[in-house]
Design a protein around this ligand. Structure first.
Ligand SMILES: Cc1ncc(COP(=O)(O)O)c(C=O)c1O
Length: 476
């Protein structure tokens, strides 16, 4: 390989590669490798996948998904076994859901967290029993609440007082009881590398814990306990996403347990359940270092144990809702490169520096995260290896936005060119799920690979699908 040098345009976290063809195993599904120069998954080459299914394409490793699902289930069950008999793990379907994935979730002994009528419909299609489902959302419709009641959902996570009243009325009209968790905002905001605790939650979700005496959370508990048609199971929080440190989870757990103790003191009732949400981070780039589930689980179990002991509280049944940490790294996106160009970028006090642009046949319609959240990704030349010099590159989409970036900064071989296949790892969560038809571009298919076989689990859209929703003029 020719040796180049690091670009001053590169962000601090991006190191110049010793070998641009080497895959960083932290970023990829466990069965992704290189064989005979090509990137493979479970032994299948990307060029075969591209030939069979086209690009752009989401490629999910079923084995990787199942392994991560099991590792959360087993780690949390082990850590909490002696405290509350184990943990219920709800896979957060919002990260990525289709019928096949719902089957994997159920087969691995997980439950399913949904947040819309559409996600409930997928769960039904997969035959998940209502008791194993949760429903979230800050603005659920009466139709969604009614559907959840008719399915006898294991839990409806209520987000506000008005919603509690609507749900109680809908349940009463059906002469049934609604299984309710209350979503609380414990005043903990967590992000990738840090968390901050604030007195108030300036965001749309949940019931605030602030103002002890008559907080919305306190009022909701009193209201829920007053309704015959409500079975109040416990409380819930979700403090953020892509979190690496456990302090935020621990602080939230302490605050919610303290709240459960207040409920006991005020109402003489120990609510039986506590859900600590999702948010566990994954590696998108080389500096992301997620903690193994066993470590997170052990830290959380310690906090729950000691806080319950301090408060004299029986340990509630714990549940968690990981999404990204199960599906994120199981998947890569496969694109075909098209137009390339190199631009010269001004650098303060130095000569201009080159940046290479590589356009691919997808973009912000199949992965809006870079645009929405400034999210960083990585990429690899997948259809071959190259001995060319690695150069600082930007992988961009095909859409009519200059912000349509797929991978902001990555070193790719200088000879990466039209027709090459590029793979972007870590696109399992919140990519397909957030995809759109921007520019009337069809959404890509999703293919699951296992034991050397690939099968379609979500069909890609066609132009006919797009036109079917467009209403043509009728001629009289
Ligand atoms: C209530 C709730 N639970 C769980 C999750 C899943 O989070 P993650 O995919 O980061 O684990 C989310 C994500 O937004 C959420 O809002």
């Amino acid at each position: 390989m020719s040796v180049g040098k690091a670009s001053p345009l590169a962000p601090g976290w991006l190191s110049y590669p010793d070998d641009v063809n080497r895959l960083n195993s932290d970023l990829w599904a466990r069965d992704v490798d290189r064989h005979g120069d090509e990137l493979t998954i479970s032994g299948l080459s990307v060029s075969d996948l591209a030939e069979q299914f086209g690009t752009p394409l989401f490629v999910v490793s079923e084995d990787d998904f199942r392994t991560r699902a099991r590792s959360f289930r087993d780690a949390f069950n082990a850590a909490f076994a002696d405290l509350c008999g184990g943990v219920d793990v709800y896979y957060a379907g919002k990260s990525f859901l289709c019928t096949e994935v719902a089957h994997w979730v159920a087969e691995e002994g997980l439950r399913l967290d949904t947040c819309s009528g559409g996600e409930l419909a997928i769960a039904m299609r997969a035959g998940i029993p209502g008791e194993h489902l949760g429903l979230h959302g800050n603005n659920k419709s009466d139709a969604e609440l009614g559907r959840a009641l008719d399915l006898n959902l294991g839990r409806i996570v209520v987000d506000s007082l008005p919603e509690l009243e609507r749900l109680a009325a809908l349940a009463a009209a059906r002469r049934i009881t609604a299984n309710v968790m209350l979503r609380l905002t414990p005043g903990v905001h967590a992000s990738t590398h840090e968390f901050i605790a604030t007195a108030h939650e300036d965001q749309k979700f949940g019931l605030s814990l602030a103002d002890d005496g008559a907080s919305p959370a306190t009022q909701a508990v009193a209201a829920a306990l007053n309704h015959q048609s409500v079975n109040l199971l416990g409380v819930h929080c979700h403090i953020g996403s892509q979190i690496f440190e456990s302090e935020g989870f621990e602080l939230a757990a302490r605050r919610l347990l303290a709240f459960l103790a207040q409920v006991r003191d005020r109402h003489g009732i120990e609510l039986p359940e506590l859900d600590l949400g999702g948010g566990y981070g994954i590696a998108y780039i080389e500096t992301d270092k997620p903690r193994p589930p066993a470590e997170i689980a052990a830290a959380m179990a310690d906090v729950v144990r000691s806080t319950c002991a301090e408060l004299g509280l029986r340990v509630p049944r714990i549940s968690i809702e990981p999404g990204r940490a199960i599906v994120g790294s199981s998947t890569f996106s496969l694109y075909t490169a098209g137009t390339t160009k190199t631009v010269q970028v001004d650098v303060d006090g130095a000569a201009t520096q080159p940046r290479r642009y590589v356009s691919v046949d997808g973009g912000m319609s199949d992965n809006p995260r870079p645009v929405l959240y400034d999210a960083d990704y990585s990429a690899a030349l997948a259809s071959r290896t190259s001995a060319a010099t690695p150069v600082l590159s930007r992988v961009v989409g095909r859409h009519c936005e200059s912000g349509d970036i797929v991978v902001r900064d990555v070193y790719l071989p200088e000879d990466t060119d039209a027709g090459d296949l590029l793979a972007v790892p870590g696109t399992g969560a919140y990519c397909w799920a957030l995809s759109s038809n921007y520019n009337w571009v069809a959404r890509p298919p999703v293919v699951a690979v296992r034991d050397g076989r690939a099968r379609l689990i979500v069909r890609g859209e066609t132009e006919d699908d797009l036109l079917a929703r467009d209403i043509p003029r009728t001629t009289n």
